[in-house]
Design a protein around this ligand. Structure first.
Ligand SMILES: [Ca+2]
Ligand SMILES: [Ca+2]
Ligand SMILES: [Ca+2]
Length: 146
């Protein structure tokens, strides 16, 4: 294995969680169910429960490898990226994420976006989170082409 290959693989590995996070930023805005332009922690957690239902593709009440489309799993493996979902939410480490683990899991996105720690993302904070996600995506793209 060449040195260049190893560092490229390492870069992909490091950027995988970032990618997952930037995809998640859109979820912040979607969580604004009463459309008042702000997202409360309650709205965010409620949106999560809905997301769980979508992620649990075979509806057996847990998210595990059988819910990940084969194509995506293969692509992830090729990139050497870990499973972001399991890393964040599988608190008992059994390789499955239950609804409870998912809904009560760490709210990294929300916490990072809530810069004044008011438990509400106001329009400014949402805009800032969007900007940060855009910058992260561009960063990732630039790294890829280097
Ligand atoms: Ca499932
Ligand atoms: Ca678990
Ligand atoms: Ca806030």
């Amino acid at each position: 294995m060449s040195r260049t290959f190893i560092s490229a693989a390492l870069l992909l590995l490091l950027s995988a969680p970032l990618m997952a996070q930037s995809r998640g930023e859109g979820a912040l805005e979607k969580a604004d169910t009463n459309k008042d332009g702000s997202v409360t922690r309650e709205e965010y957690i409620a949106a999560r429960a809905e997301r769980f239902t979508k992620l649990d593709r075979n509806s057996d009440g847990v998210i595990d490898s059988s819910d990940v489309p084969e194509q995506l799993a293969a692509r992830r493996q090729k990139k050497g990226g870990g499973d972001f979902l399991l890393e964040q939410f599988d608190t008992d480490g059994d390789g499955k994420v239950t609804r409870e683990e998912f809904v009560n899991g760490p709210t990294l996105l929300f916490d990072r976006a809530d810069t004044d720690k008011s438990n509400v993302l106001d329009p400014q904070e949402l805009a800032a989170a969007k900007e940060a996600a855009k910058a992260a995506r561009e960063n990732w793209r630039n790294r890829k082409t280097q």
